[in-house]
Write a protein that binds this ligand. Structure first.
Ligand code: NAD
Length: 282
């Protein structure tokens, strides 16, 4: 079998198009534009690029972007007071604190100060709790992107054996809750899992979120499975995922490439969360 490619770049572009249309309709009917505020503390070059890309995407769909930069040595209280200000700013629907923050600050504690209504990254304990309880709330962007790719490809989650490799708070754990919410049978694997290959071979939908280049080999993939590769690893050969793409695509029915799979979906889901947060404020 040769897998069909799940084109995350094209799917993300069509989601951005749908959002832009919705924003134009809102504005045409006299509504204000949705607003996303970003905060960077310190001077991490990678964070600057990520945040610039998020603002570019905001511009494209007609959102307002508000960017705040604080110096690296800022005290906790300075960041906390900026978050408090944005929490009560009615032009701001979503707040994103770009992680990591400098070591002198507690990124988790700062994130938890974001109002759950504006937590468009879905990373506060409240958002995580709502997800775990299967209640309405803002969901983390990367796992939402993975689920959206499955939906838009027509891959059925209900009743499917889903194996997720990786149990991070950012990807693996929320993704497991989202797949459970959709009535999949979910197994979560991690660095201490015994016989990872054997577990992976059971999967109708195999999702890798590990950060180890080409960990998942072709013969770990059940014939006809769907493979979603969340991993982004910089190697001498360029960007690669956690799945050996050449091998796995000989056995899978559908597979995401790296780059161009889950990656572009993360920002699309951030925009969608911001629009949802706007909707709940309106
Ligand atoms: P993390 O380091 O927080 O978690 C990695 C997980 O993999 C852990 O649960 C660990 O137990 C597990 N693991 C590590 N080695 C393993 C092994 N040999 N076998 C089985 N499990 C193993 O990473 P993360 O933040 O979840 O990110 C995972 C990958 O996804 C990274 O490559 C990251 O760059 C990528 N990522 C991509 C996006 C995106 O937008 N596409 C977003 C976030 C993360």
């Amino acid at each position: 079998m040769t897998a069909k490619l799940i084109d995350g770049k094209a799917i993300a572009a069509s989601i951005r198009g749908e959002i832009a249309t919705e924003v134009e309709q809102l504005v045409a009917s006299g509504g204000r534009r949705p607003g996303l505020a970003t905060i960077i503390v310190g001077e991490d070059p990678a964070s600057a690029v990520y945040v610039a890309n998020k603002h570019k995407a905001c511009d494209e769909v007609g959102f307002l972007g508000f960017h705040h930069e604080l110096p690296g040595p800022s005290p906790f209280e300075a960041v906390a007071s900026l978050i408090a200000e944005l929490n009560s700013d009615s032009a701001v629907d979503g707040i994103l604190l770009q992680l990591p923050v400098p070591d002198s600050l507690d990124g988790g504690r700062l994130t938890s100060l974001i109002s759950p209504d504006k937590d468009v990254d879905g990373l506060t304990a409240t958002s995580a709790g709502l997800l775990a309880l299967g209640r309405k709330g803002l969901r983390p962007c990367t796992p939402s992107g993975a689920v959206e790719l499955l939906d838009r490809t027509g891959v059925e989650l209900e009743g499917a054996e889903v194996v997720i490799v990786g149990r991070s708070d950012l990807v693996g754990k929320p993704l497991a809750s989202m797949c459970l919410e959709r009535n999949a049978t979910v197994t979560v694997c991690h660095s201490r899992t015994r016989n990872l290959q054997g577990v992976a071979q059971r999967a109708d939908i195999l999702i890798a979120a590990v950060g180890v280049p080409n960990l998942i080999k072709g013969d770990w993939v059940k014939e006809g499975a769907t493979v979603i590769d969340v991993g982004i690893n910089r190697t001498e050969a360029g960007l690669v995922g956690d799945v050996d793409f050449n091998e796995a695509s000989q056995r899978a029915a559908f597979i995401t490439p790296v780059p161009g799979g889950v990656g572009p979906m993360t920002i699309a889901m951030l925009l969608r969360n911001t629009l949802a947060a706007y909707g709940s404020m309106a």
